[in-house]
Design a protein. Structure first.
Ligand SMILES: [Zn+2]
Length: 278
């Protein structure tokens, strides 16, 4: 995780995916720390969790750009002279302009277009700049059932770059011979998923259904995806791993009582992520 710039409550980060906009990949965000305003948004009841997330991200993203702070051209006198010699209006053309989006409304409109991986990454960064990198959470050993607290340095979670941020759509040939068209899930699909009635038995199918456009010649549906073989579905799941970028939230937890080591998914969406008990 790269922290590129730091000034009063604002920091720059490089996204694992980035937004593809007008031929440019906007990989860099400047974020500002969470205030009471966003705390109230998060605490609001009767509001869909994804809508809340959109509001918080819309408030806290200061800008998107294709050029990070570290990539600013060096102020080299010789280079400046060379540009001066070839341009009449030297002051305006000597430094290549970055594509920066800092208009509040435009940022709010772009938030649902961020990939789920980038949205989780930003949420994680907001937690780090607002409350620090140390996150303490309650957990329970799956073997001896003992409850204990565990802490993690959030900056150590590895990120995975998206393979090709210029396209959110891809085709996949399944073991059965069927071809599926799939998409990288964004905030729009995350909202659709949040509105589906989810029960434990079909969460996997619904997670696939928001990412699938067509199966063969048919439009994808939960019913159709349930009928696919396990081999086909595994291939689709592997492709999500392959094509989508984000943050690796699986961590190993060792029980202090019995020493059992289990792998657990860090739930960044839980309320204690921003409202820790200690
Ligand atoms: Zn244990």
């Amino acid at each position: 995780m790269d922290i590129l710039d730091s000034r009063s409550g604002e920091q720059g980060f490089e996204l694992p995916c980035g937004l593809f906009k007008d031929g440019k990949i906007l990989k860099h965000v400047i974020l500002k720390e969470i205030t009471g305003e966003e705390e109230d948004i998060l605490a609001a009841e009767d509001v869909n969790g994804i809508i809340k997330l959109n509001r918080v991200l819309g408030n806290c993203i200061v800008s998107f750009s294709d050029v990070g702070k570290e990539q600013k051209p060096p102020k080299n006198d010789n280079a400046k002279k060379a540009i001066d010699a070839s341009a009449s209006n030297s002051d305006q053309v000597s430094i290549p302009l970055a594509n920066i989006i800092s208009d509040k409304q435009e940022i709010r409109n772009l938030v649902p277009e961020l990939t789920i991986g980038d949205r989780i990454f930003i949420l994680l960064c907001l937690r780090i700049i607002s409350l620090g990198e140390n996150f303490i959470f309650d957990t329970e050993c799956s073997k001896c059932k003992k409850s204990f607290k565990r802490s993690i340095d959030l900056t150590t979670l590895p990120t995975k770059e998206m393979k090709d941020p210029t396209t959110l759509l891809y085709s996949l040939e399944l073991p059965s011979g069927k071809t599926v068209k799939m998409r990288v899930a964004t905030g729009k699909e995350e909202l659709i998923l949040s509105k589906m009635k989810i029960n434990a038995t079909d969460i996997m199918t619904k997670s696939l259904s928001i990412r699938t456009e067509t199966v063969g010649n048919e439009e994808a549906s939960v019913l159709l995806l349930k009928k696919l073989s396990l081999k086909d579905r595994n291939k689709m799941r592997d492709s999500i791993d392959k094509y989508e970028g984000g943050v690796e939230t699986e961590i190993e937890i060792e029980c202090p009582e019995c020493g059992d080591v289990s792998v657990s998914d860090l739930d960044i969406g839980q309320s204690s992520f921003f409202f820790p008990s200690e």
